[in-house]
Design a binder for this molecule. Structure first.
Ligand code: PEP
Length: 251
Protein backbone atom coordinates (compact mmCIF):
# COMPACT_ATOMS: atom_id res chain seq x y z
CA UNK A 1 0.00 0.00 0.00
CA UNK A 2 2.81 2.41 0.90
CA UNK A 3 5.49 2.26 -1.81
CA UNK A 4 8.90 1.97 -0.15
CA UNK A 5 11.47 4.71 -0.64
CA UNK A 6 15.23 4.28 -0.52
CA UNK A 7 16.95 7.68 -0.50
CA UNK A 8 20.67 8.39 -0.55
CA UNK A 9 21.98 11.48 1.23
CA UNK A 10 25.40 12.22 -0.23
CA UNK A 11 26.05 14.92 2.40
CA UNK A 12 29.16 17.02 1.58
CA UNK A 13 30.73 14.50 -0.77
CA UNK A 14 31.19 14.01 -4.53
CA UNK A 15 32.38 16.69 -6.91
CA UNK A 16 31.00 16.54 -10.46
CA UNK A 17 33.37 13.89 -11.86
CA UNK A 18 32.81 11.63 -8.84
CA UNK A 19 29.07 12.20 -9.05
CA UNK A 20 29.04 11.18 -12.71
CA UNK A 21 30.96 8.01 -11.87
CA UNK A 22 28.66 7.10 -8.99
CA UNK A 23 25.44 7.69 -10.91
CA UNK A 24 26.73 5.89 -14.02
CA UNK A 25 27.58 2.85 -11.90
CA UNK A 26 24.29 2.99 -9.99
CA UNK A 27 21.85 3.21 -12.92
CA UNK A 28 22.43 -0.30 -14.34
CA UNK A 29 22.36 -1.84 -10.85
CA UNK A 30 18.86 -0.54 -10.10
CA UNK A 31 17.28 -0.24 -13.54
CA UNK A 32 15.19 -3.38 -13.10
CA UNK A 33 14.04 -2.56 -9.59
CA UNK A 34 10.28 -2.17 -9.38
CA UNK A 35 8.07 -1.11 -6.53
CA UNK A 36 10.70 1.03 -4.80
CA UNK A 37 11.11 4.79 -5.22
CA UNK A 38 14.82 5.59 -5.52
CA UNK A 39 16.09 9.06 -4.64
CA UNK A 40 19.59 10.53 -4.52
CA UNK A 41 20.50 13.83 -2.85
CA UNK A 42 23.81 15.21 -4.14
CA UNK A 43 25.27 18.61 -3.20
CA UNK A 44 23.64 21.63 -4.87
CA UNK A 45 26.47 22.25 -7.34
CA UNK A 46 26.18 18.85 -9.03
CA UNK A 47 22.37 18.76 -9.35
CA UNK A 48 22.50 20.05 -12.97
CA UNK A 49 25.25 17.53 -13.76
CA UNK A 50 23.33 14.58 -12.36
CA UNK A 51 19.87 15.52 -13.70
CA UNK A 52 20.44 14.61 -17.39
CA UNK A 53 22.17 11.36 -16.40
CA UNK A 54 19.11 10.09 -14.52
CA UNK A 55 16.53 11.60 -16.91
CA UNK A 56 15.51 8.23 -18.37
CA UNK A 57 16.05 6.19 -15.23
CA UNK A 58 13.98 5.25 -12.18
CA UNK A 59 16.09 7.54 -9.95
CA UNK A 60 14.72 10.82 -8.65
CA UNK A 61 16.65 13.88 -7.54
CA UNK A 62 16.60 15.59 -4.15
CA UNK A 63 18.45 18.50 -2.62
CA UNK A 64 19.75 18.39 0.94
CA UNK A 65 18.27 21.71 2.10
CA UNK A 66 16.48 24.84 0.89
CA UNK A 67 15.52 28.32 2.08
CA UNK A 68 11.94 29.43 2.75
CA UNK A 69 11.89 32.57 0.58
CA UNK A 70 11.57 32.24 -3.18
CA UNK A 71 13.93 35.11 -4.02
CA UNK A 72 15.40 38.26 -2.56
CA UNK A 73 18.43 39.60 -0.75
CA UNK A 74 19.40 36.33 0.95
CA UNK A 75 23.01 35.80 -0.03
CA UNK A 76 24.08 32.18 -0.16
CA UNK A 77 20.61 30.64 -0.02
CA UNK A 78 18.78 28.47 -2.57
CA UNK A 79 15.02 28.56 -2.96
CA UNK A 80 12.58 25.69 -3.56
CA UNK A 81 11.70 27.10 -6.99
CA UNK A 82 15.38 27.05 -7.92
CA UNK A 83 15.57 23.40 -6.87
CA UNK A 84 12.56 22.62 -9.09
CA UNK A 85 14.34 24.50 -11.88
CA UNK A 86 17.41 22.30 -11.33
CA UNK A 87 15.25 19.17 -11.74
CA UNK A 88 14.64 18.20 -8.12
CA UNK A 89 11.43 16.49 -7.11
CA UNK A 90 12.36 16.16 -3.45
CA UNK A 91 14.21 18.04 -0.73
CA UNK A 92 15.57 16.89 2.62
CA UNK A 93 14.59 19.29 5.41
CA UNK A 94 15.56 19.31 9.07
CA UNK A 95 18.44 16.82 8.88
CA UNK A 96 20.04 16.50 12.31
CA UNK A 97 23.35 17.80 10.95
CA UNK A 98 21.59 21.00 9.96
CA UNK A 99 19.87 21.22 13.34
CA UNK A 100 23.20 20.54 15.12
CA UNK A 101 25.66 22.66 13.11
CA UNK A 102 23.56 25.30 11.34
CA UNK A 103 21.06 26.44 13.96
CA UNK A 104 18.05 24.90 12.26
CA UNK A 105 15.15 25.20 14.70
CA UNK A 106 11.72 23.59 14.45
CA UNK A 107 10.37 26.99 13.37
CA UNK A 108 12.86 27.29 10.50
CA UNK A 109 12.14 23.69 9.53
CA UNK A 110 8.43 24.52 9.43
CA UNK A 111 8.96 27.54 7.18
CA UNK A 112 11.14 25.51 4.83
CA UNK A 113 8.65 22.65 4.65
CA UNK A 114 5.78 25.01 3.79
CA UNK A 115 7.81 26.82 1.11
CA UNK A 116 9.03 23.57 -0.43
CA UNK A 117 5.51 22.14 -0.67
CA UNK A 118 4.17 25.38 -2.14
CA UNK A 119 6.79 25.09 -4.90
CA UNK A 120 5.77 21.51 -5.68
CA UNK A 121 8.60 19.61 -3.98
CA UNK A 122 8.07 16.52 -1.85
CA UNK A 123 9.76 16.91 1.52
CA UNK A 124 11.86 14.32 3.33
CA UNK A 125 11.32 15.73 6.83
CA UNK A 126 13.94 14.47 9.31
CA UNK A 127 13.28 14.00 13.00
CA UNK A 128 15.11 12.12 15.72
CA UNK A 129 16.35 12.16 19.28
CA UNK A 130 19.90 12.50 20.61
CA UNK A 131 21.46 9.85 22.84
CA UNK A 132 20.97 12.05 25.93
CA UNK A 133 17.30 12.46 25.07
CA UNK A 134 16.86 8.71 24.61
CA UNK A 135 18.67 7.90 27.85
CA UNK A 136 16.49 10.43 29.69
CA UNK A 137 13.40 8.61 28.35
CA UNK A 138 12.50 11.67 26.35
CA UNK A 139 12.43 10.16 22.87
CA UNK A 140 8.68 10.33 22.35
CA UNK A 141 8.39 13.90 23.68
CA UNK A 142 11.17 15.04 21.35
CA UNK A 143 9.59 13.32 18.34
CA UNK A 144 6.15 14.72 19.19
CA UNK A 145 7.49 18.28 19.44
CA UNK A 146 9.51 18.03 16.24
CA UNK A 147 6.47 16.71 14.37
CA UNK A 148 3.95 19.19 15.78
CA UNK A 149 6.17 22.20 15.16
CA UNK A 150 7.65 21.02 11.88
CA UNK A 151 4.32 20.44 10.17
CA UNK A 152 2.38 23.15 12.00
CA UNK A 153 -0.25 24.68 9.71
CA UNK A 154 -0.11 21.97 7.03
CA UNK A 155 -3.41 20.77 5.59
CA UNK A 156 -4.06 17.07 5.03
CA UNK A 157 -3.51 17.60 1.28
CA UNK A 158 -0.17 19.25 1.98
CA UNK A 159 0.79 16.40 4.30
CA UNK A 160 0.57 14.08 1.29
CA UNK A 161 3.75 15.81 0.06
CA UNK A 162 5.65 14.91 3.22
CA UNK A 163 7.72 11.81 3.92
CA UNK A 164 9.10 11.39 7.43
CA UNK A 165 12.68 10.24 8.02
CA UNK A 166 13.14 9.01 11.58
CA UNK A 167 16.86 9.27 12.23
CA UNK A 168 18.02 8.76 15.80
CA UNK A 169 20.97 11.17 16.03
CA UNK A 170 23.05 8.58 17.91
CA UNK A 171 22.78 6.21 14.94
CA UNK A 172 23.79 8.64 12.17
CA UNK A 173 27.28 8.02 10.82
CA UNK A 174 28.21 6.09 13.95
CA UNK A 175 27.81 2.54 12.74
CA UNK A 176 25.28 2.02 15.56
CA UNK A 177 21.91 1.13 14.10
CA UNK A 178 18.74 1.13 16.15
CA UNK A 179 17.59 -2.45 16.59
CA UNK A 180 14.64 -3.48 14.46
CA UNK A 181 12.45 -3.31 17.57
CA UNK A 182 13.71 0.13 18.64
CA UNK A 183 13.11 1.49 15.15
CA UNK A 184 9.66 -0.10 14.87
CA UNK A 185 8.66 1.28 18.28
CA UNK A 186 9.58 4.83 17.21
CA UNK A 187 7.90 4.46 13.81
CA UNK A 188 4.69 3.20 15.39
CA UNK A 189 4.75 6.17 17.76
CA UNK A 190 5.27 8.58 14.84
CA UNK A 191 2.39 7.03 12.87
CA UNK A 192 0.20 7.34 15.94
CA UNK A 193 1.12 11.01 16.26
CA UNK A 194 -0.21 11.60 12.74
CA UNK A 195 -3.42 9.79 13.59
CA UNK A 196 -3.88 12.20 16.50
CA UNK A 197 -2.96 15.30 14.50
CA UNK A 198 -4.89 14.37 11.33
CA UNK A 199 -6.77 11.09 11.06
CA UNK A 200 -6.33 7.34 10.62
CA UNK A 201 -6.17 7.65 6.86
CA UNK A 202 -3.39 10.27 6.93
CA UNK A 203 -1.43 8.17 9.42
CA UNK A 204 -1.76 5.01 7.30
CA UNK A 205 -0.74 6.86 4.14
CA UNK A 206 2.34 8.71 5.36
CA UNK A 207 5.64 7.03 4.62
CA UNK A 208 8.16 6.85 7.45
CA UNK A 209 11.76 6.07 6.54
CA UNK A 210 14.40 4.92 8.98
CA UNK A 211 17.88 6.50 8.85
CA UNK A 212 21.02 5.80 10.82
CA UNK A 213 23.82 3.52 9.61
CA UNK A 214 21.59 1.56 7.23
CA UNK A 215 23.69 -0.96 5.32
CA UNK A 216 23.07 -3.93 3.02
CA UNK A 217 23.47 -6.19 6.08
CA UNK A 218 20.74 -4.61 8.22
CA UNK A 219 18.25 -3.26 5.69
CA UNK A 220 16.19 -6.46 5.40
CA UNK A 221 15.43 -6.66 9.12
CA UNK A 222 14.47 -2.99 9.26
CA UNK A 223 12.30 -3.22 6.13
CA UNK A 224 10.42 -6.21 7.54
CA UNK A 225 8.99 -4.02 10.32
CA UNK A 226 5.36 -3.05 9.67
CA UNK A 227 5.82 0.72 10.12
CA UNK A 228 9.16 1.12 8.34
CA UNK A 229 8.55 2.25 4.77
CA UNK A 230 12.09 2.78 3.57
CA UNK A 231 15.48 4.17 4.43
CA UNK A 232 17.43 7.41 4.30
CA UNK A 233 20.99 6.27 3.73
CA UNK A 234 24.12 8.36 4.27
CA UNK A 235 27.51 6.64 4.15
CA UNK A 236 26.34 3.54 2.30
CA UNK A 237 24.85 5.68 -0.50
CA UNK A 238 28.32 6.88 -1.54
CA UNK A 239 29.17 3.59 -3.24
CA UNK A 240 27.01 2.23 -6.06
CA UNK A 241 27.21 -1.40 -4.97
CA UNK A 242 26.19 -0.81 -1.34
CA UNK A 243 23.40 1.65 -2.25
CA UNK A 244 22.11 -0.71 -4.96
CA UNK A 245 22.15 -3.62 -2.48
CA UNK A 246 20.00 -1.53 -0.13
CA UNK A 247 17.64 -0.53 -2.96
CA UNK A 248 17.40 -4.21 -3.94
CA UNK A 249 16.80 -5.35 -0.34
CA UNK A 250 14.10 -7.78 -1.43
CA UNK A 251 16.46 -9.79 -3.68
C1 PEP B 1 22.01 10.39 6.96
O1 PEP B 1 22.88 11.09 6.49
O2 PEP B 1 20.85 10.77 6.92
C2 PEP B 1 22.39 9.09 7.54
C3 PEP B 1 21.45 8.34 8.02
O3 PEP B 1 23.72 8.75 7.52
P1 PEP B 1 24.36 7.29 7.79
O4 PEP B 1 23.59 6.31 6.95
O5 PEP B 1 25.79 7.43 7.34
O6 PEP B 1 24.22 7.00 9.25
Amino acid sequence: MRTPIIAGNWKLFKKSGEAVDLVSQLIPLVQNTNGVEIIIAPVFTVLPTVKPLIANSNIMLAAQNCFWEEEGAFTGEISPGMLMDAGCTHVIIGHSERRQYFGETDDKVNRKIKAAITSGLTVLFCIGETLDEREANNTFNVLRTQIEQGISGLTKDELAKVVIAYEPVWAIGTGKTATDDQAQEAHAFIRGAFANLYDHNAAESIRILYGGSVKPENVKGLMSQPDIDGALVGGASLKADSFAAIVNYRI
